[in-house]
Design a protein around this ligand. Structure first.
Ligand code: B12
Ligand code: SF4
Length: 314
């Protein structure tokens, strides 16, 4: 889907290895969803980024369905703990993967973490595919969980974890970790391909460092500012634009918003024509407006404008 090594998963792997655990990562990045184009390929289609070609580097989409490969890996590796790192738009993919291994040793906990588990904990804990949630930081919790499992103890009372034990044990949040106490990220779990990232029309070798933990301030000009949260979701639910249980998928798919003043089709039209409005003179806007329409005529106008845009602006 999107490249750049996830710092969170790399850190959790480092913590587990420091506990003597073997770690294996199933990475969904190079699986192509069956029903839509995603990642930079999709961004290039709406002129947001310059087109790049992974196949020039010998990197190709994985041929199988992600569920089949995941199932095979679990059968071979025989894990004693299975973690899913899930943001909102990968929630359904994670459910699909979890269902694909539903018959694998039921005593092995399936734990979900990352921002979706943190911010939508109440909404997802009921899913039968989930045994535990990690709410917030994972380093201390995963260490405690690994120790409990290794000692043959039933996990309980672990800060940051919500654990299904008949009911749901909602443990309190632990104090924030001290960053100096964390190990170096473990990048050994990632395939070589994962380090390549398209940027500005070229593919670069990249790594990841963290900038979002450790600062107690919220300066408006900071790169971290948008991540302090807004009431947008709440407001959209209050106004009836979005159903309470709706899970946002990939933003390149149809929107889950139902607004009286802007239809899903209009949003898609604006999405694909946005760079045209920005870069082309105002005199062209009526033509661009026609390119917004999801009709054969709209597609034809869009294709011509997109070609002109690409020739001028790359
Ligand atoms: C770096 C980053 C990226 C990078 C790397 C993404 C990655 N896979 O790590 C790139 C540029 C590729 C990226 C892309 C996207 N991102 Co981004 N990204 C971030 C950002 C700024 C920091 C994440 C990070 O590294 N944090 C540091 C690490 C240490 O923390 P962490 O990831 O949260 O992990 C900790 C815990 O969550 C927990 N944990 C995590 N996983 C697991 C798993 C288990 C089993 C357990 C127990 C615990 C656990 O333990 C970790 C250590 O404490 C966050 C915003 C933020 N401040 O968090 C947005 C954010 C995660 N991204 C977001 C989005 C929407 C996207 C895109 C969909 C954007 C797009 N439209 O294309 C794509 C999707 C890519 C993908 N498939 O993951 C949203 C998600 C919103 C949501 N409600 O789900 C966020 C929250 C920003 C936002 N507010 O909109 N992103
Ligand atoms: S700019 Fe402000 S919010 Fe951003 S890291 Fe620095 S002090 Fe923190």
């Amino acid at each position: 889907m999107d490249n750049l090594i996830p710092a969170g998963v790399s850190l959790l792997s480092a913590v587990l290895k420091s506990e003597g655990c073997e770690v294996c990562c199933f990475d969904t990045t190079f699986y192509r969803p069956a029903d839509f184009v995603t990642g930079d390929e999709a961004r290039a289609m709406t002129l947001q980024v310059k087109r790049t070609n992974f196949s020039e580097l010998g990197i190709h989409p994985k041929p199988n369905a992600a569920e089949a490969d995941f199932r095979a890996l679990v059968a071979e590796f025989q894990p004693d703990l299975i973690g899913f790192s899930v943001i909102e738009c990968t929630h359904h993919l994670a459910l699909t993967l979890a269902r694909a291994i539903a018959d694998y040793r039921p005593e092995v906990p399936r734990i979900w973490g990352n921002v979706h588990a943190t911010f939508a904990a109440d909404r997802i804990i009921g899913a039968p595919e989930i045994d535990m949630l990690c709410v917030g930081e994972g380093e201390v919790a995963i260490r405690a969980l690994a120790r409990a499992l290794a000692a043959g103890r039933r996990p309980s009372g672990i800060p940051n974890l919500w654990i299904k034990n008949g009911g749901v044990e909602r443990n309190a949040l632990a104090p924030l970790v001290k960053l100096d106490d964390l190990p170096e990220q473990d990048w050994e779990i990632w395939e070589r391909e994962r380090f390549f990232k398209p940027m500005g029309g070229r593919i670069w070798v990249t790594g990841t460092f963290e900038m979002n933990r450790g600062c107690p301030y919220s300066c408006m000009y900071c790169v971290n500012y948008p991540y302090h949260g807004t009431r947008l979701r709440e407001i959209a639910e209050e106004k009836g634009y979005i159903a309470r249980d709706a899970v946002a998928g990939d933003y390149r798919k149809d929107t889950i918003m139902r607004m009286p003043h802007l239809s899903p089709e209009e949003i898609k039209g604006l999405q694909r024509t946005f760079p045209l409005y920005v870069k082309m003179p105002k005199a062209r806007w009526p033509e661009i407006l026609r390119a917004e329409a999801p009709t054969p005529e709209g597609d034809r106008v869009y294709a011509a404008l997109a070609q002109e845009y690409t020739e001028r602006h790359g």
